[in-house]
Design a protein around this ligand. Sequence first.
Ligand SMILES: Nc1ncnc2c1ncn2[C@@H]1O[C@H](COP(=O)(O)OP(=O)(O)OP(=O)(O)O)[C@@H](O)[C@H]1O
Length: 436
Amino acid sequence: MGDSTESVLRVEGLKAHYDSTDGFLDRLLGRSRTVRAVDGVDFELREGETLGIVGESGCGKTTLARSALRLIEPTAGSVYHRGEDLTALSSPDLRDHRRDLQYVFQDPLSSLNPRLTAGDVVGEPLEVHGLATGAERDERVRELLETVGLKRSHANRYPHEFSGGQRQRLGIARALAVDPEVIVCDEPVSALDASVQAQILNLLSELQAEFGLSYVFIAHDLRVIEHVADRVAVMYLGEFVERGPTETVFEPPYHPYTEALLSAIPEPDPQWERDGVRLDGTVPSPIDPPSGCRFHTRCPRIVPDADYDLSSEVWRGVTDLTLRARETDDAASVTATRADPTETPWETFDGSVREEFGLPGTLPDADAEGALAEAIATLHDGRVEAAAALLDSAFTSPCERHHPAEYELDTGHGIACLRYDDGFDEESETLADGPE
Ligand SMILES: Nc1ncnc2c1ncn2[C@@H]1O[C@H](COP(=O)(O)OP(=O)(O)OP(=O)(O)O)[C@@H](O)[C@H]1O
């Protein structure tokens, strides 16, 4: 894939929020709910390269891609193409840029009229952009079908007559029709079988070499991204947590989220086990994202408070207990047994809390043990709110207090995690030259 470094698309401070205020009651009560799907993202796409964007479902990949092409309106930020800020252009001026910036969907035909033939699907953009009509259009469509590995005669077929892989080829032909510079491929192979996936990825790679295309390639599957991307950005809850050349981001992984994503991949070679960490739970809601580092509610390598001598693992358990106590007003639902603590002998309850959150019978730090024991005793009394307040005041991680700025580990390899920020002083909890 390409090695030129000129940028074809540059995104700065992009935000895309949705208003999900839910109906009459929310409006009556003046409650507004903002989904912060993309919350301040920068990237640059270089000529001829593939930039992979990876992250779990719901982290904002599609919203990022669509807002970067202004298929949905960004809330803030700029997107530069050929030096012009797309977010500032009126619709007619945007049209010209749209031709250069195409989008391939997971199922590109699902949004199209099923009564259109393949020829119409591929030919439509030629007409919309005034590039060809009549016999010239038909000939160009047939050429395009051949280019993507279909037959010229397929022009007369309807989308439902094609297999999943063939439909994706059609979607690619439609995007190619207008001779674009950039194609955003949004999960283009995630609905396909492994062997068909490989064929489509090979096709995209051949087309990239032949036409000098640049790709933004979105996937939740790291194996696909590892295979296709020159550079990768790892996205979590509306933000990039790590980015850089694919080989430096994945081998070895640095950010705990990248590490956890990699660990989740089943290893085909049983001789070689990834010595990884587990990623529990799902992405929290972007309506009210966690404070500080957004990953702190799940991070296996959360930074313990420097006042205590505790490992990350123990801190993870204490934080999970804190989060559970915060989100409920029923002491019985703090443990999975759902036994009423006030009806349970103290030792049994204490044991089940520690077991559930992976905590030892006695924490190795006496002060921490004192605070934890007091909180468990308060829970045992059924006073969950008071217990949550005790846990909150005793066990707040610096990761919860500080939003990590992107720190450049190496040339072009940035990571947003306090662990890697040289400027972060754990003792005083200050950042030398970044925002708190
Ligand atoms: N139109 C909308 N209105 C309100 N919220 C939305 C809308 N579209 C997406 N969201 C929310 O925005 C967040 C990001 O969604 P998005 O589809 O961009 O993520 P994604 O990483 O592409 O996920 P997936 O792979 O599942 O498509 C999610 O919490 C989603 O529920």
